[in-house]
Design a protein around this ligand. Structure first.
Ligand code: NDP
Ligand SMILES: O=C1OC[C@@H](O)[C@H](O)[C@H]1O
Length: 382
């Protein structure tokens, strides 16, 4: 079958997945808010997870939340001023998912943990690294599972990139470049109001550009060597429209990253997006494209020093002996993330995890970028 048709089939199933029967005692999830992302990030993935029931939802408007709940088959609805707290205190709820504006993550993670719930909180985990540390300390003290929903790390494509690098196909890593560019179509959704709630470019998507460098290098940045950002459009203090910078990693490895939320369309009409990471080694390069939506399409192109290219793709994991696929090719980053999250709550070890240290490190890098003065002349080529 032509690759384009297979990709379209994967996309169609990913965005409208089958509903599997639930096992005897699925974990009951409650969602705080009717944020759009809860559909892609949790409600659709839960359909095909036998161990998950989306049981409750809370929103500021009862009418709006009832409409949302009806559409998505959610039994229990909380609406109005005290709705979020009522959901958090619902004894039936095992897990709280928090897709609130970034400035509300810390408060609602603390409240949920204090009510004895496991928590899946949207990225970035908080506004500051100190908050990231505190929420995790509370989760540890209470023996609860807390994870930042850094979904990109869970897909097999990222695991394959790491394997290729670890087995030495490109030699020793010298430099890594990452991009996270959204088209101006998406950029239009970033209003001044959203910026004031913590949705600057670095916070919103720059975190992915940093995280993919950490994943590809299997290491943490030692320092933010240079960083520039601008806030010409929204003029919100400590929030950016574009950012780029360079990092120092262990063993002399360097990296650069760039994130943008408003890339102008090609020829004035074709929306341009670019989610990629390129790893340069002393024996070749490896480039992963489309790390945000790898279930639709991605490629890992390895080029050796003679220019010979090999293309790899990974839509599923394999079991121990490599003969049986684990997961479905249409599983999104979010579906793999949910698999890991539930595995952890059930007391088993997931393939990968977003740890306390991972979350704190990403927040520290973002903080260091925002510590630099805004640069009004910053122009980034897409
Ligand atoms: N993983 C991913 O791919 C994506 C992740 N995200 C993350 O999800 C989170 C939410 O995204 P974001 O775009 O900020 O938010 P949205 O505007 O999508 O939704 C936030 C929800 O929060 C509730 N809310 C509570 N107080 C306020 C307030 N003062 N202003 C606006 N909404 C409020 C609203 O729900 P209600 O009225 O029902 O209570 C609203 O629907 C962010 O952390 C973001 O990083 C976002 C998009 C994609
Ligand atoms: O995580 C995200 O990815 C896609 C973006 O459109 C969105 O704003 C962001 O929160």
């Amino acid at each position: 079958m032509p690759a384009f048709i297979t990709a379209m089939k994967r996309a169609a199933t990913s965005f409208n997945p089958p509903t599997l029967p639930k096992d005897g005692t699925p974990l009951k999830f409650g969602i705080i808010s009717t944020a759009d992302i809860s559909i892609q990030a949790l409600i659709l993935p839960a359909r095909s997870h036998p161990g998950v029931e989306i049981y409750a939802i809370a929103g500021r408007s009862l009418e709006n939340t009832e409409r949302f709940a009806k559409k998505h088959g959610i039994k229990k609805v909380y609406g109005g001023k005290d709705a979020y707290q009522a959901l958090v205190e619902d004894p039936e709820v095992d897990v709280v998912y928090i897709p609130l504006p970034n400035i509300m993550h810390y408060e609602w993670t603390m409240r949920s943990l204090n009510a004895g719930k496991h928590v899946l909180v949207e990225k970035p985990i908080a506004m500051r690294s100190e908050e990231a540390r505190r929420v995790h300390e509370l989760a540890e003290a209470k023996g609860l599972v807390l994870m930042e929903a850094m979904h990109i790390r869970f897909h097999p494509a990222v695991a394959r990139l790491k394997e290729i690098i670890a087995r030495g196909d490109i030699g020793a890593i010298k430099h890594i470049s990452s991009t996270m560019f959204l088209p101006s179509l998406a950029g239009a959704l970033y209003t001044d109001e959203k910026f004031a709630l913590g949705k600057g470019c670095m916070m919103d998507v720059g975190c992915y550009a940093i995280e993919i460098i950490r994943l590809a290098s299997s290491s943490d940045p030692i320092a933010v060597t240079t960083a520039e950002f601008d806030n010409d459009v929204h003029h919100v203090h400590n929030m950016d429209d574009n950012a780029r910078g360079t990092l120092q990693l262990p063993n002399g490895v360097t990296a650069d990253f760039a994130s943008r939320i408003s890339v102008p369309p090609k020829f004035g009409i074709i929306p341009k997006l670019n989610f990629g990471v390129e790893v340069v080694g002393d024996k070749g390069t490896a480039k992963l494209t489309e790390y945000m939506i790898p279930q639709v399409y991605h490629s890992i192109v390895v080029t050796d020093t003679a220019g010979k290219k090999t293309v790899h793709k990974a839509y599923t994991f394999s079991d121990g002996d490599g003969t049986r696929p684990v997961g479905e090719p249409w599983w999104s980053t979010y579906r793999h993330q949910l698999e890991a999250f539930v595995t952890k709550i059930k007391g088993n070890e997931p393939r990968t995890w977003m740890t306390k240290e991972d979350s704190i490190t990403v927040m520290q890098v973002i903080e260091q970028v925002y510590e630099k003065p805004p640069d009004s002349d910053l122009s980034l080529d897409a």
